[in-house]
Design a binder for this molecule. Structure first.
Ligand code: URA
Ligand code: CA
Length: 441
């Protein structure tokens, strides 16, 4: 089989067989296919699409392109959660201890942040002493003992995806539903969970700007899950404004602690309760989503979820007192309110730009391996629909490099649009996709 024949097939709208896709991914991963041929193939997929069967075969080939994690030694149904990427999206730090407290084993492999989205591993490193690299046996033992462990990637999960993603990035082939779906699902499958819950973000701050495209992506991933035998469900949630108020590593850990202690009401808590209730249902721990929701509410309000978080921090070597005293995390040298220059309603927030501003302040990296300032970031002080007076704070900046505040503050003023007419808040939960298709809420 020559690669040029596969490119021709896809160019001419034919479907590739499972065998051809396995060969393609295997050869590319092992440097037997040059980038220019893979780039031509990816563009053909971008233009002509792929059937569900092809997308599932591509996904499995990518999942099997490196080592896979075996979680079968852990009793119970392991449910992994994945978010397609947002800003102030601290859901993993909250959901992991929350569903673990409800009896769902959580064996999570997480990554570092890149660009304007944060990564769980960076966030956890703001807890003094916390170890983010666990040996495989320790990772499994901790899940068995505490129902919860989170580790950085010790192995290169789905290496084909890393290589293909880098090529897509420079060949204008990122925005393709079969390519995004196979990229996400291959990593989840390789990470070993029995079932997968996807949080597909919709809106100006997300990959998928409108509901139609988000539903199509969600349906494709749910279908892949069905074909490869990993039950998958997707919840569509809004990314028209930062989900929580905190953007930045230690700031987000502090916000997670607030949610876990039950003292925080708001969109971040609500999304966690919704996602968590579906995880409980997938794991068979709750009869239905409504029952799961009630259980999780109690675990938050009675402080049980926070206790689980404390236990988890201790188990991975961190200072567990941090859940009582978040100030034990590193503190920024500088902190400044950015005030509104106008009076009116918050009509629109440019989420991607706000994420970028946090990166300027030092919270994120622009290239892989760059060091970051764990104290840096933004605490948002307004949400869409709020009435704001002139001189009232829109946000508070944190960081150790005060020289960056001026540029960041100019950009923040541009990212929050204030106008005279009242606007309604965007809907937070838009619907879900399972084997039966899309249900709008
Ligand atoms: N996230 C991924 O992991 N892959 C994509 O292709 C897009 C978003
Ligand atoms: Ca993330």
């Amino acid at each position: 089989m020559r690669i040029v024949d596969l490119i021709t097939k896809k160019r001419d709208h034919y479907s590739l067989t499972d065998h051809e896709l396995v060969q393609l991914i295997d050869d590319y991963t092992n440097d037997r296919i040059p980038d220019y041929q893979m780039a031509a193939f990816l563009m053909a997929v971008y233009l002509n699409g792929m059937s569900y069967q092809e997308t599932a075969a591509l996904t499995l080939a990518m999942a099997n392109s490196g080592a896979t994690i075996d979680l079968s030694g852990i009793p119970g149904i392991k449910v992994d959660k994945h978010s397609t990427g947002g800003v102030a999206d601290t859901t993993t730090l909250i959901l992991a201890p929350l569903v673990a407290a409800a009896g769902v084993p959580v064996a999570k492999m997480s990554g570092r942040g890149l660009g304007f989205t944060g990564g769980t591993i960076d966030k956890l490193e703001s807890i003094p002493g916390f170890r983010t690299t666990l040996a495989h046996h320790e990772f499994i033992a901790n899940v068995k003992r505490h129902q919860l462990a989170i580790t950085g990637q010790s192995i290169d999960v789905a290496p084909a995806d890393g290589k293909i993603y880098a090529l897509r990035d420079v060949t204008a082939t990122v925005e393709s539903i079969p390519l995004i779906a196979s990229s996400i699902m291959s990593k989840k499958i390789a990470a070993g969970a029995d079932k997968i819950l996807l949080d597909v973000k919709v809106g100006s701050g997300a990959f998928m700007k409108d509901l139609g495209a988000a539903v199509e992506l969600a349906e494709t991933m749910v279908k892949i899950g069905e074909i490869v035998g990993r039950d998958t469900k997707a919840i569509l949630t809004s990314m028209e404004e930062p989900l929580g108020l905190a953007i930045g590593n230690s700031l987000e850990v502090k916000e997670a602690i607030d949610v876990l202690s039950g003292s925080y009401q708001g969109d971040l808590r609500e999304v966690c309760l919704i996602l968590g209730s579906h995880m409980l249902q997938l794991a068979g721990v709750a009869q239905d989503v409504k029952a799961g929701y009630q259980v999780l509410q109690q675990l938050l309000d009675q402080g049980i979820a926070l206790k689980k978080f404390t236990e988890f921090i201790q188990a991975q070597g961190g200072i567990s007192k941090v859940t009582d005293q978040p100030d034990l995390m590193p503190q920024a040298t500088y902190c400044e309110d950015i005030v509104s220059l106008a009076t009116g309603y918050v009509q629109k927030i440019d989420v991607a730009k706000v994420g970028y501003i946090a990166t300027i302040l030092g919270a994120g990296r622009e290239y892989k391996g760059q060091s970051i300032d764990l104290t840096a970031g933004i605490l948002m002080r307004c949400r869409i629909g709020d009435f704001i007076r002139d001189n009232q704070p829109l946000a508070t900046f944190y960081g150790n490099d005060y020289g960056k505040f001026t540029e960041a503050s100019k950009l923040l003023q541009q990212s929050i649009i204030i106008g005279n007419t009242a606007v309604t808040k965007p809907k937070l939960i838009l619907g879900f996709v399972d084997k039966n298709g899309f249900t709008q809420i």
